[in-house]
Structure formats: structure tokens, C-alpha cells
Design a protein around this ligand. Structure first.
Ligand code: NCD
Ligand code: ZN
Length: 352
């Protein structure tokens, strides 16, 4: 591949971290994702959260109904369960038997709709034991929640206080450190020593590859660039970009596209979450091109995720062309609207 191609072909990617919500708004956001991705890990932080196999199956049925309404038959949702202090080992085994892809650990209060999350990881040890035994991945929102810890340090502190002890107690548990945002997290995942079978990986969002924390305050407060974990300093963005483009299979694509209506973002206490699904692949292509590593995009976007989850790789190919795509200032979201990432500007790459 030349250094600056104008067109690239890849095996169709999957999104390993996605919020599509529920009800009226779901089909608006689902269409954006299904246009680009073959599969997505569907986050369980609904209200109330998806804590049981029965709730996940019902959610899957609603997703499938929306896909049908949209006339889409080429997209598969991968369901997850929300871990709580009360998740039983039995529910874990049942989840495995019924094809649930993973459990999600939200420290209580860490982010949007996480109030029923885990208050103390020790309370989950029986469930974690069962996950390790049956090969069920644990996806972690890696931030401590204590208000005494500076918000920009919460991910790094989580590594020392929670993640590393957890990995020592459950060396065979497959863990995905979701939406990493710091140099510490990138290096921790890169350098982690595992057994013969790799047990750790991380997802990285487009906004954390393209933006640093100045983007939240550029000329005034920019609520649409606010997500959790919050954007960090430039040195962290650089470390994430280096990890994503390194060809290391421990790093793969997870957009964390997290839709909130315009009014809920542009408010005195605005919600956390960036909506990147409109043209997420174009954003990732820009990031990889910025360091001349477009040839590393396919591994990150299409190969390493299914390999880690022990799922088959996709076979269909897609093409991205270097052609600027305008991003609308607002998109429909049920009765409301949503402001996508890069609203009113352009993205350099377009899905053909
Ligand atoms: C997510 C959401 O809105 O559901 N928000 C976010 O800022 N990323 C939750 C999450 O993944 O933290
Ligand atoms: Zn998320």
C-alpha cells in the first residue's frame, strides 16, 4: 500500500463498544452503525439496566424488530449483561449457554446510568469465578468513582486499585479495558504479562484518538466533546494513537458512540457521551492516516476484536474513499435531535 492511498479496502469492521439505547430513538442510531459495521457489542446501561439473560433476550428482540423496520438483515447485535453486586454464578453460566457475549462492570456512579453498578468488586467474586471458568469476557469501565480523586486521574488510579488486583485474583479471566484514555492504560495493556492465552485487551474510541482535552474548552464550553472517561492531555492522545496503530492485537475498535439528545447535552448539567456513529470509520481512518498507518486499520477495526472474543472474522469487504463527507449540524433522534461528533464540519474519509 502506498503512503497516501485515496481508497482502502478492509474486511468489514465490528464495533466492540456501542450504546443504542431503547424505544423510539433506537432505530435512528442503529441505522448509522449498521451501515458500517457487521456486529456490535451492545452496552447494557439502559434504565433499568440489562441485568439478566431474560432482559437481554427481550432487548435483542426489540433490536431485531428495529432492524426489520429499517430493512437491515446484515447486522448482528452482540448482547451483554450489566454486572451488579447481586449477579449470581448461575446467571453467568446461563448467559454463556444462551450466547451472551460479555458482562459489563460499571463501578457504581462512574458514568451515565451506572447507579446500579458494582459498589465493591469483592461482592462479585462468585460471578467472576464463574466467568473465568466458562470463558465469559468481563468488560470494564475503568475509572474509580471517589470524588477525592481528580477526574483526570480516575483511570490511572483504577489500574492500581482495581484492575491489577483483579487480574492477580483471576489470571484466566478475559478482560477488556473499555475506551482507554491514558498513556498509563495503553502501557498497562501493552505490557501486561498473561499466560499462553492472552487475557487482556482494550478498546479505543475515535474521539480519544483525534482530540485532547482542549477540545472541551475551545473558545467556550463544548458539551458535545464531553464524554467519560473525559478527554485527556495531548501526551495521552499520542500514546493511544501509538497503541491503536501499533499492530498489537490487544487494541481494537470500540466507538463508545453514546447518543444523548441535544437538550440533554446543552444543559446546566449536561450528559456524558459523544455520538460518533454517523461516520465512525471515517474518523478512525483520519486518525490512522495522521500517522501514516492506514495499513494498520484493518487489524484494529476488523480482525483483533473477533479474535479476542473467539468469534469468526467477517468475510465481506468494505471500501473507504478519501473524499470529504459533510457532517450535518443535527440528526433526528426520536422526537428530538442529536449533535454528532464533528457536526457542521467534514470528515476526510467516506464509506463507499
Ligand atoms: C456512556 C453513555 O452515555 O451511556 N457515556 C459516555 O460518556 N461514554 C456511558 C459510558 O460508556 O461511560
Ligand atoms: Zn460506553
Amino acid at each position: 500500500m502506498s503512503n497516501s492511498p485515496t481508497q482502502i479496502q478492509l474486511i468489514q469492521p465490528d464495533d466492540w463498544h456501542l450504546h443504542i439505547r431503547d424505544g423510539e430513538v433506537m432505530k435512528d442510531v442503529l441505522a448509522d452503525t449498521a451501515r458500517q459495521f457487521a456486529r456490535a457489542i451492545i452496552m447494557p446501561n439502559l434504565k433499568p439496566p440489562v441485568t439478566t439473560v431474560a432482559l437481554a433476550n427481550a432487548y435483542r428482540t426489540r433490536i431485531e424488530a428495529n432492524l426489520k423496520l429499517l430493512g437491515i438483515d446484515s447486522f448482528t447485535p452482540l448482547m451483554t449483561l450489566y454486572l451488579t453486586d447481586n449477579t449470581s454464578a448461575d446467571e453467568v453460566r446461563k448467559a454463556k449457554a444462551e450466547g451472551i457475549a460479555a458482562f459489563k462492570l460499571y463501578p457504581a456512579g462512574a458514568t451515565t446510568n451506572s447507579d446500579e453498578g458494582v459498589s465493591d468488586i469483592q461482592r462479585c467474586y462468585q460471578a467472576l469465578e464463574a466467568m473465568q471458568a466458562v470463558g465469559m469476557p468481563l468488560l470494564v469501565h475503568g475509572e474509580v468513582t471517589s470524588t477525592e480523586i481528580d477526574i483526570f486521574d480516575r483511570e490511572a488510579v483504577f489500574i492500581d486499585q482495581v484492575l491489577d488486583p483483579l487480574r492477580k485474583d483471576f489470571p484466566g479471566l478475559k478482560i477488556v479495558f473499555e475506551h482507554i484514555t491514558t498513556k498509563q492504560a495503553a502501557h498497562y495493556v501493552r505490557d501486561a504479562v498473561t499466560g499462553e492465552k492472552n487475557t487482556i485487551a482494550a478498546t479505543i474510541t475515535p474521539q480519544h484518538l483525534l482530540l485532547n482535552r482542549n477540545a472541551i474548552f475551545a473558545g467556550g464550553i463544548r458539551p458535545h466533546n464531553y464524554c467519560l472517561p473525559v478527554l485527556k492531555r495531548e501526551e495521552h492522545r499520542v500514546a493511544l494513537l501509538e497503541a491503536a496503530t501499533s499492530g498489537n492485537p490487544r487494541f481494537f475498535l470500540g466507538t463508545d458512540s453514546a447518543p444523548h439528545a441535544k437538550g440533554a447535552k446543552e444543559a446546566a448539567c449536561g450528559c456524558a457521551g459523544c455520538y460518533s456513529a454517523f461516520n465512525a470509520l471515517g474518523l478512525y481512518a483520519e486518525a490512522f492516516e495522521s500517522v501514516n498507518q492506514l495499513d494498520k486499520l484493518e487489524g484494529f477495526a476488523s480482525l483483533f476484536g473477533p479474535d479476542f472474543y473467539s468469534l469468526p472474522r467477517n468475510t465481506k469487504k468494505i471500501t473507504l474513499r478519501k473524499q470529504a463527507q459533510a457532517v450535518p449540524t443535527e440528526l433526528p433522534l426520536g422526537d428530538a435531535t442529536i449533535v454528532p461528533l464533528r457536526a457542521g464540519e467534514t470528515i476526510a474519509w467516506t464509506l463507499v
